[in-house]
Design a protein around this ligand. Structure first.
Ligand code: F6P
Length: 361
């Protein structure tokens, strides 16, 4: 008999996480009368003594939590959970401590909310610890395989679209080429979708090669027709023309994606003599108030995930497909990513609108 479940959010945060925690709590309480525990900071809460967990009740969600971005449980996208750490003078695999934490908590099942990478990690830990697991996909990158919509993606696209809406008037006022660099890791979904919705003239995604000369020709063509400005959206993982990644080294020594917008700005300036300006949208794509669609998917995923546990269907992941929730084996999804395919219908739409989207033909 299932009586007690836990939930955690793992990897980069996004909008809609509080809504999914709420949905899990409401369903587990109202339908099954189970106890629900929220684990703080991904699996890190399980390494604490005492465990850093909180009991979740429907009352926790009577206020504005569901309407807010971020995750009130906290999350973590750093560190190898299988790293060796020293405890009481002994070297131990930290995943063993996480598993020990789960056992101490005495749960019957865990719901883990994460992207492709986090789901893979949670799959390994729960398999090792023999813990009943159900996964829920979230990521602004929308790159979880076999899943049409991840929690957080719709909000991120909305934020990027709004940014284009705000850049267009200032671009036109100063006759400038405005470049907007968006997130998305190795997938161009945010750039492609916001670029179309936000009326961009050029959309660059990591999946399609481009040429600076073609971008310049496109801007010149717009100019010859009387346009005094242009909008470019570029995904953070688009490479420089020489094939090198644009990256930034942070003081902690980590190398992260960043800089492609500035690179393009310089190159375009050089050959078109258009004044360029660059906006790097960054984490505002993650922290915004969730759109209705993200709250809706989060709610549907949360309810469905609890019902899977009630049916004792474990090692599953919920996915959004054909306007509803379905579930798949975790092994089909965890660790696999989904990038923009060359035959994505939106590429045809972009072409149809006269947007330069790279060297596709
Ligand atoms: O995977 C989500 C994401 O926001 C990516 O789009 C981005 O590259 C990365 O996380 C940023 O990570 P961090 O929060 O560690 O800077």
């Amino acid at each position: 008999m299932v009586k007690k479940i836990a939930i955690l959010t793992s990897g980069g945060d996004c909008a809609g996480l509080n809504a999914v925690i709420r949905a899990v709590t409401l369903r587990a309480h109202n339908k099954y009368s189970w106890e629900v525990y929220g684990i703080k900071d991904g699996t890190l809460g399980l390494l604490k003594e005492p465990l850093d967990v909180i009991r979740l009740d429907p009352q926790n969600f009577e206020g504005s939590l569901m309407r807010m971005g971020g995750t009130f449980l906290g999350s973590n996208n750093k560190g190898n959970p299988f790293r060796k750490i020293t405890r009481n003078g002994k070297k131990i695999d930290s995943s063993d401590l996480v598993i020990e934490g789960f056992k101490k908590l005495g749960i019957d099942a865990l719901i883990g909310i994460g992207g492709d990478g986090s789901l893979k990690i949670l799959q390994s830990i729960t398999k090792k610890g023999n813990i009943n697991f159900v996964g829920i996909p979230k990521t602004i990158d929308n790159d979880v395989k076999h899943n049409e919509l991840s929690i957080g993606y719709d909000t991120a696209v909305d934020v990027a679209t709004n940014a284009l809406d705000m850049l267009q008037p200032t671009a036109a006022s100063h006759r400038r080429v405005m470049i907007l660099e968006v997130m998305g890791r190795d997938a161009g979904h945010i750039a492609l979708n916001s670029g179309i919705a936000g009326g961009a003239d050029v959309i660059l995604i990591p999946e399609i090669q481009y040429s600076i000369k073609s971008i310049a020709d496109h801007i010149e063509k717009l100019r010859s027709k009387g346009r005094n400005h242009a909008l470019i959206v570029v995904a953070e993982a688009v490479k420089k023309e020489n094939g090198k990644k644009a990256t930034v080294k942070y003081v902690d020594g980590e190398v992260r994606l960043g800089g492609i917008g500035n690179y393009l700005g310089d190159e375009i300036y050089k050959i078109t003599d258009s004044e360029t300006r660059v906006t790097v949208l960054g984490h505002v794509q993650r922290g915004a108030q969730p759109t209705h669609r993200d709250r809706l998917i989060a709610s549907a995923f949360g309810v469905y995930a609890v019902d899977l546990i009630a049916k004792k269907k474990f090692n599953r992941v919920v996915v959004w497909k054909d306007r509803g929730v379905q579930d798949l084996m975790l092994s089909q999804v965890a660790g696999y990513s989904k990038t923009v395919q060359k035959n994505d219908p939106l590429i045809k739409v972009a072409e149809g609108l006269g947007i330069y989207i790279g060297e596709i033909n």
